[in-house]
Design a protein around this ligand. Sequence first.
Ligand SMILES: [Zn+2]
Ligand SMILES: [Zn+2]
Length: 392
Amino acid sequence: MKVHPSLAAPRIDLNSRSIKPKEKMGRNERCWCNSGLKFKNCHLNRASQKKQSPFELEQAMFTELRKGYCAYPASLSSDPCSDTIIKAHTIQKGGGLAAIAESNHVLTVKPLMSDLMKTRGRPQPRKIGVKLASVFPGFCSKHDNALFEPIEGKELNFTKETAFLFSYRAVAYERFAKEAQQRFILCSREADAGMPFQKQAALQQIIQDNLVGIELGMRDVQKWKAQFDEKLLSGPTDQFHFAAVRFDRILPIAACCAFHPEFDCAGQPLQKLEQNRVELDQITLTVTTFGSQTVVVFGWIGNQEGPARSLVNSFLAIEDSRKADALVRLLFIHTDNLFLRPSWWEGLPESSQKVLNDMSRSGTGERERTGEEYANDGLRLVSANSVEQVSR
Ligand SMILES: [Zn+2]
Ligand SMILES: [Zn+2]
């Protein structure tokens, strides 16, 4: 395989977005924080404003997450939306989530702000009701029903058409999640109310750094969604590729996500993020249940020699009895749209929980992703065998 160009490209300069905080400015000058507002309407009296509580911030985030729309490309087709935007499930409520729920609850690895504060950034997975898990207001009722009907039944055949639908939903979800995250960061600009100047400066710099990352991610996900829309309308025949695996039982996890693979399952580097100048490969990954078996579906649009294909091949090459563990690692490393059976998590040794919790913080400012964690097969997490494997 050719070396991906991002591995050799120079790193982008995050300092291009650094801010120059000034305690004093002209009242009508643009504020130093890049908000675009005049100083008098922005940071002039920030230190004496009323402090925001983390709960208020959390409410702001939930408000952003509730703003829905339909992800179907209705403007490109002759199939208009219905009036109701529903809470669409990224993972079938009756299938994937019900199969791992206990007393109608699963665990989510997506922390609450208040948990983050209480645990100083070391939260444990928390309980969430099945109805609330993995939903997003990302489709109208008509399109949610019509589009995903072929993958909502009791049985699933691995075909390009069904695999495409899993991928389409994952991409729609990722775009929605990124947009909500961006809006949330923009509203956290005022979270420095009541803080002294130095702390305002530090927080605003963190916000700028986050925005750079999110804008890069948004650009990718928009482009990717457009490619998927085109295939949705024209049929996913060429350039959509997938691989799917079926296990002999129900695994204690369910997930739906899209990400840039950085290493393969053996720890070999595939591509590097934050390389502004080069195209990056993305891949979708859905883990759900049909009947009494968990299925795993990878999908991507693009070539057959890139990072997505390499990741999939490295996964398929793992022996049948060790694939489930590799899958769990991959999910903890790459997504927070991941749900766990409570008794499984509680039954893991504390040391394994710690390794997985650390993996779920990788790829943030706090920790870079490493090939070692992709390849760390020292952990025994799930015992299951894969029984069917399709790759096209
Ligand atoms: Zn400002
Ligand atoms: Zn619609």
